[in-house]
Write a protein that binds this ligand. Structure first.
Ligand code: E4P
Length: 218
């Protein structure tokens, strides 16, 4: 399973790159706003910086919701860097735009997926990735992981090349369940990736090893 980091924070991206396990980055307009990135020039320059830091796909989301606007923004984003994946919302004009980008060889990530039907539609339109939002489904009492399972099964039934990018992954058990279910990618905050490091028995075992070594080497 590929690990993407879900942030626009350059320091966090750098830390994940240095850990040596990062395969890509996803951003969204809320994450860009959180970093205080505003205005087209600043946004474009920020995406370029992220692409130069990471050897992998970087999702950059369009703001337009009409077909022409999505195409215009998506083409400008795709021209920035070969790592750019144009992130397009699951709306009617978004699906049409995904078909257009797919025919032009521009990679896409269809975002805000909350049902298997939406994922199927995006895959048929030629999306490179679909992003089902696990955490936001859990937030409303639905089962985010059931959706991952459904999409993985459907894509496997028909051999769709579209990758399942589990998004809104909020904690370590989410990440592990995505891996068990066969999601191609999970995107999550840095804290979830580094959360995989920890186990109390590892800490306890290491402390014992170091203490025993010290006892006979002093
Ligand atoms: C995915 O691409 C989104 O940026 C993200 O995973 C949303 O996560 P959230 O529901 O924790 O905001």
């Amino acid at each position: 399973m590929k690990f993407f980091i879900d942030t626009a924070n350059l320091k966090e991206i750098q830390e994940a790159v240095e850990l040596g396990v990062l395969d890509g980055v996803t951003t969204n307009p809320s994450l860009m706003a959180k970093e205080g990135i505003k205005g087209t020039d600043a946004v474009m320059s920020h995406y370029r910086q992220i692409c130069e830091m990471v050897d992998g796909d970087v999702s950059a989301e369009v703001i337009a919701t009409d077909y022409e606007g999505i195409i215009r923004e998506g083409e400008a984003l795709a021209e920035l860097h070969p790592n750019i994946v144009v992130k397009v919302p699951m709306i009617r004009d978004g699906v049409k735009a995904i078909r257009y980008f797919s025919e032009k060889g521009i990679k896409t990530n269809c975002t805000l997926i909350f049902s298997a039907g939406q994922a199927l539609l995006a895959a048929k339109a030629g999306a490179t990735y679909v992003s089902p939002f696990v955490g936001r489904l859990d937030d409303i009492g639905a089962d985010g992981m059931l959706l991952i399972q459904q999409i993985v099964d459907i894509f496997s039934n028909y051999g769709y090349p579209t990758q399942v990018l589990a998004a809104s992954v909020r904690h370590v058990p989410h990440l592990i369940q995505c891996a068990e279910l066969g999601a191609d990618v999970a995107t999550c905050p840095l804290s979830v990736i580094t959360g995989l490091l920890h186990h109390p028995l590892t800490d306890k075992g290491l402390a014992t090893f170091l203490a025993d070594h010290k006892r006979v080497n002093e």
